[in-house]
Write a protein that binds this ligand. Sequence first.
Ligand code: ADP
Length: 629
Amino acid sequence: MAKTKQFKTESQKLLDLMINSIYTHKEIFLRELISNASDAIDKRHYLALTNADLMTDYEILIDLDEEKRIITISDNGIGFTESELVNNLGTIARSGSKEFSESLDKADIEIIGQFGVGFYSAFMVSKKVTVITKSVNSNDAFKWVSTGTSTYTISNTEKEEAGTKIILELRDNNEDTEENYDQYISEFTIKDLVKKYSDYVRYPIKMDITKYDYPEDKEKEPIVYKELETLNSMIPLWKKNKSEITEDEYTDFYKHQFNDYTEPLIVIHTKVEGKTTYTSLLFIPKKAPFDLYSEKYEKGLQLYSKGVFIEDKNKELIPDFFRFVKGLVDSSDLTLNLSREMLQRDPKLKKIAKTIKKKIKSELEKMQKNERELYNEFYGIYGVNLKYGIYEGYGVNKELLQDLIMFKTTSSDDYVTLKEYIENKKDDQKHIYYATGKTKEAILALPQMDLLKEKDYEVLLFNDDIDEFMVNILMKYGDLEFKSVAQGDLDLIDKKEDKKLDKLSEDKKSLLEALKEGLDDKVSEVKLSKRLKESPVCLVSGEGLSMEMEKVLQNMPTGKDAKATKILEINPSHELFKTLEKVYENNPEKVKDYAKILYNQALLIEGLPLENPSEFSELMVALMIDLNK
Ligand code: ADP
């Protein structure tokens, strides 16, 4: 008895979109189904590494029934159990599919593979899809049938060998829309599509091909027969010599193998011979995978041993900060029948991972030097990963990554490396200065920038959340230390001036203390500024946590208590300072209100929330009334 089940709502929506799509490249259904078949064989093969009974001659068979207009794609892969049928073909609640259906309106259907809804593409060309399958883990076989409406059925059936058979009953041609489905029932088309999309699939894709034997006697009819042919070349691209591979071949391979619809930004193909021998073929996608920064994203490289597939995403091969790199490693030094756990501990694998890390670094560095525009594009997409890389693990990788990071600056709208920054610095400049803000304009308007602007020092613009955290780990580049324009002492005025200010601070001690009192414990200190030129006041932080870091941390669930020490600085040469002195002389209590107003203003400039906006407003109003009495 067949059980009828309902597709999950998400899936239903997607199916409708897929079936009614006006997309012209319906031919990709074949690529998707072959790719699923190949994945299923990979999975069986992986189990076979530790269970020799499962080893067999892997193959994918395509059969065409011209009369009935049926295409059958069979594999001897892992197969489905009953619950796998329900879970894998009855729902699209898996990764990304929801995002996919949401973006379908604008997006190209070619991204199907990337979102893991490949199987459903069968309905683009079929009015009925039947799946007959038997899992290697079960003695029972099942039949799944759907016409792409809201339901599907599952029933018991017979099947000799483990594996899956996908039977597609082609849709009727539509003369109005000129949709022709007969074209897929031709040997020629199928051969062509396999070559185009699935040539590198590592298992043979076989089909009966019609052959003709022409007798010598030209009068006689040729003898027609069928012969099973392998349609794909299966030669792994990475085994060929670099010089023999065209850019198009790399691109096709990448798209097919890693389910992307755009060409890669960067290709790195390396053969290493020596103590450990391996080939790696790495790609950096032009667009960051949509889930790169989500927890679901799985980094990793495909792992092969002598051309035989071992694992799809080996995490050990690629560090987190290069998680966006896709590709594969093929080594003759790795033993095939190692368990995953043992592989992870294999020192050879560690060695390969280390060389790959260095290789990616040196390729990026080369590109930074010789192809800056391309590097800029790369950096715009992935730069933040490199900064995380410096921060992670207390800076174990900072040496490796520090030359790859770049910043825009107060004097350059193009990215500048730290090396370039130092080459361009002023002779008397003792630090690498940075300032944090949303835009260049906002940073240039900061009071803390007064002196730096006067001295015409270049300042790095920080606008990623990670920047200040990273710099706290990096601390130095070459001999120069990083210095925030808004933290600690800036050390930019000459000795005489410095002494004079210290003396003045001594003289005005009671005023400064009164101001501090007005602010309770909101600030750790009120002091005369050694960094302000035009602006009346500013807020800076002490060493350690900065106010920007405080903002970032407070947005995290675990960082609610993060607090930067704040210091209110007053410009002693500003008109305002004289006013404060006067107010203090006439009414020492009044100066406390002034302190509160100044503090709140400084918070506003920093983009920090006011702690008590109504108090601030009342103080301003009182001040206005006062002034006009
Ligand atoms: P995916 O992108 O994950 O392959 P699909 O919708 O194409 O998405 O397939 C859904 C799931 O069904 C697959 O992840 C796989 O587990 C299973 N599957 C698909 N085709 C086969 C097959 N030929 N043999 C075994 N399992 C398969």
